[in-house]
Design a protein around this ligand. Sequence first.
Ligand code: DGL
Length: 271
Amino acid sequence: MDTRPIGVFDSGLGGLTALRELARLMPEEDLIYFGDTGRVPYGGRSREILVKYARQDVAFLRTFDPKAIVIACGTVSATALDVLREENAIPIFGVVEPAARAAAHVTQNGRVGLIGTRASIRSGAYERALEAMRPGTAVTARACPLLVPLVENGRFRPGDVVAETVAAEYLAPIKAAGVDTLILGCTHYPLMKAVIGGAVGPDIALVDAGEQCARWVKQQLEWDGLRNQRPGAGRRRYFVSDSGGDFSELASVFLGEDVHGEVEQIDITAY
Ligand code: DGL
């Protein structure tokens, strides 16, 4: 039993989709979320910058003495997980391995689609993980940079002609490749599940990287005897690096509940 909190971070607020899953699966755990809203988006940045930002994000969360850190961000998981693991002697979880494991398990025909940010796709991390877990898997990957701003502007619901048009164009080559499984490798895509599912059709299974990661974290903590067994609901704390924007509005979209009044701002460059 370990009552210390779990730290979770993302480039912004999209990672709240993963936090929601963690909270659903482990309601008694204390969760501390950091969203780097002052420097979002990460998805188009170089590995060098991403590693620098990720180190600061982790250093901030470590001030709370967490028992584990979850990288909710697909981009950081794909580009900086190895460095963060090397430098930190606590469990660091990313979304790539659990998503790849789920896809390797789900696919029947060995053809898997992948969508994410430019940096995630460029990294090749999902291909490497899939090759290790299911050798010979054919991956058709596509960067979808327009999906993040669409979601952040509330344009993710079925019937939204802009969202449906953009999704259909991005997903056409993936569908044409004959995949039977599609990894949603970005924090924002779970909100577009209905639109994405509509674009690819019912025969392609969608794997939500954040959801798979949350399940994996729970399992690992259980195996390692690190779960908090204390009865009652865990505490949630939210930190951001920019006061601007409509945190509570956007956060409630990603989280499905109002977090107004519980958000603190920090200077991430100090870490
Ligand atoms: N959080 C990022 C990811 O999951 C998406 C937003 C961004 O580009 O920063 O890859």
